[in-house]
Every structure is written in structure tokens, then in C-alpha cells.
Design a protein around this ligand. Structure first.
Ligand code: SAM
Length: 260
């Protein structure tokens, strides 16, 4: 077996029970189409194939691992490539389910892209660093709540399913992991609003300790101050106090002028 590549975030899951629980959370039905991100040596793949969905695809960047997978599971369609460059728009049906024990070094940008670009899908289940799992599932007002939280939650509802300790991986990571379920919202921002929302969130959370009237001061007199008053929100609030929906409403209302 070749050595694990740290540059590809390779921490291979050794515990069949954890793998089984992650795949069970996908609730695979016979007509489903499952896409696994980073199958590695197949810890999750084994359980996915055993559930007998209609189609299984596996997207793996490591060419050596990608080559070895179909020998073990001939039904597997292996896509040798980079998940950060995947055309997520091609996912377009509620029978699509996406799963992965994600490489920790790319998990946040990957989820950011997937969640906003994918069309319809049934559900997604990702294992990520526990700290990222907490950010993905944080409530407004908490220290874990940030740009990633407010972004993701405009596209999907998230649930932290369970925590996984380092002992079940080889090599062992230094930190805990968490498994998060994503269920797409019926009403998600369109492309233009999403661009504005991304810009707004970055502007706000880069200065998360400042008051919003200060962060947004160049636009405050151009309608945003008025909008805050209409919503019953004070300009002394900080970004972490606004809900994901507040950010979306602001991006949709003022995006054309300020954030694109
Ligand atoms: N699923 C396996 C498991 O649970 O043992 C492996 C998980 S390991 C944490 C992450 C996997 O993602 C590795 O197989 C790695 O080669 C692959 N990977 C890393 N970066 C990737 C990328 N940008 N696109 C696709 N796969 C990637």
C-alpha cells in the first residue's frame, strides 16, 4: 500500500462502523445516484456499493488510488480529477446524493462551491474537521458563526450528526472530526444574488468585531441604514448577530449597487 499523501489530506478511515454510519446517513434508495468525493482506499465506497444504488461515481484526485478502485468494484465510475474544479451544476436531480470524508485542507472551499453551484440533490453528508463542522452548524450570535455559516445556510439546512475521534484514522489526524448532513433548501439565492452575498459576507466578516454601521459606512446613507431601521436592527450590531436570511435580503436589495 503506498504511503498516505499529506498534501492530499489523506487520513484513511479504518473503522467499518464509522464508515457504515456515515453512509447510512445518506439513506440510499434503489434509484439513487451517489457521488463520493475522495474515495481513497474505499472505506466508504464499500458501504455505498453494498447499498446498491442505481449508479455510483467516485471523484478522486490521487491517480494511483483512482486506478486501483475499479478493480475492486467494477460498478464504480471513477472520475480522476479535482473536486475543486468539478462542474457541480451537472447535479440536477433529487435522486443525486453526495458523500465524502473530505480532505481537511480543502473542505471549506469545496463545501462553499458545492452548496451554491449544485442544482437539485437529495442530501449530502460530509465528514470534516470538527471545528469546521461546528461552524457549518452554528447559530447566529455564537463565536463559531461566520461567513461560511451564513453562506451555506442560505442554500442548505445543516445538522451535526456525530463526532469522530482521531483514533479511527491512519495516519491519525491531530484533531476531532464531525459528520454533517446537508439538505438543500427549496428557495436558494440565484446566481446574481449569490455573487452579491459572497461579497457582502466577506466584507462583513473580515471585520467581525466592528459594528455593522461602521463596516457598511460608505453605503449607510444610501439606503442600508434605512433598511436596518425597517428590519428593527440596530447599526451597533456585529456581523455575527445577523441571520443568514438578513444577509441574503441585504444582498438581494442592495447587491446591484454595492457588492457585485
Ligand atoms: N474516503 C476515504 C476514507 O474515508 O478513508 C479517504 C478520505 S481522505 C480524508 C481524502 C481523500 O480525498 C483522499 O483519497 C485524497 O486523495 C482525496 N482528495 C484530496 N484532494 C482532493 C481533491 N481536490 N479532489 C478529489 N479528491 C481529493
Amino acid at each position: 500500500m503506498p504511503f498516505a499523501k499529506r498534501s492530499l489530506g489523506q487520513n484513511f478511515l479504518q473503522d467499518p462502523n464509522t464508515a457504515r454510519r456515515i453512509v447510512a446517513a445518506l439513506e440510499i434508495a434503489p434509484g439513487d445516484h451517489v457521488l463520493e468525493i475522495g474515495p481513497g482506499r474505499g472505506a466508504l465506497t464499500e458501504w455505498i456499493v453494498a447499498a446498491e444504488p442505481a449508479r455510483v461515481q467516485a471523484l478522486e484526485k490521487d491517480r494511483d488510488l483512482a486506478q486501483a478502485l475499479p478493480e475492486r468494484w467494477p460498478v464504480l465510475e471513477v472520475l480522476a480529477g479535482d473536486a475543486l474544479a468539478h462542474p457541480w451544476e451537472s447535479i440536477d436531480s433529487p435522486s443525486y446524493k453526495v458523500v465524502g470524508n473530505l480532505p481537511y485542507n480543502v473542505a471549506s472551499p469545496l463545501i462553499w462551491d458545492f452548496i451554491s453551484r449544485a442544482g437539485d440533490y437529495g442530501r449530502a453528508v460530509f465528514m470534516v474537521q470538527y471545528e469546521v463542522a461546528r461552524r457549518l452548524t452554528a447559530e447566529p450570535g455564537s463565536s463559531d458563526y461566520g461567513a461560511l455559516t451564513a453562506w451555506v445556510r442560505n442554500f442548505a439546512a445543516t445538522t451535526l450528526l456525530f463526532k469522530v475521534g482521531p483514533a479511527v484514522f491512519r495516519p491519525k489526524p491531530k484533531v476531532d472530526s464531525g459528520v454533517v448532513l446537508f439538505s438543500p433548501l427549496a428557495d436558494r439565492p440565484g446566481q446574481k444574488a449569490a455573487r452579491a452575498l459572497a461579497g457582502l459576507l466577506r466584507a462583513c466578516f473580515q471585520k467581525r468585531r466592528k459594528q455593522l454601521s461602521n463596516i457598511l459606512k460608505s453605503q449607510w446613507e444610501n439606503g442600508i441604514g434605512q433598511w436596518f431601521a425597517e428590519q428593527g436592527l440596530s447599526g451597533t450590531l456585529r456581523p455575527e448577530n445577523l441571520s443568514p436570511r438578513h444577509f441574503r435580503d441585504m444582498a438581494e436589495r442592495f447587491g446591484d449597487h454595492f457588492f457585485t
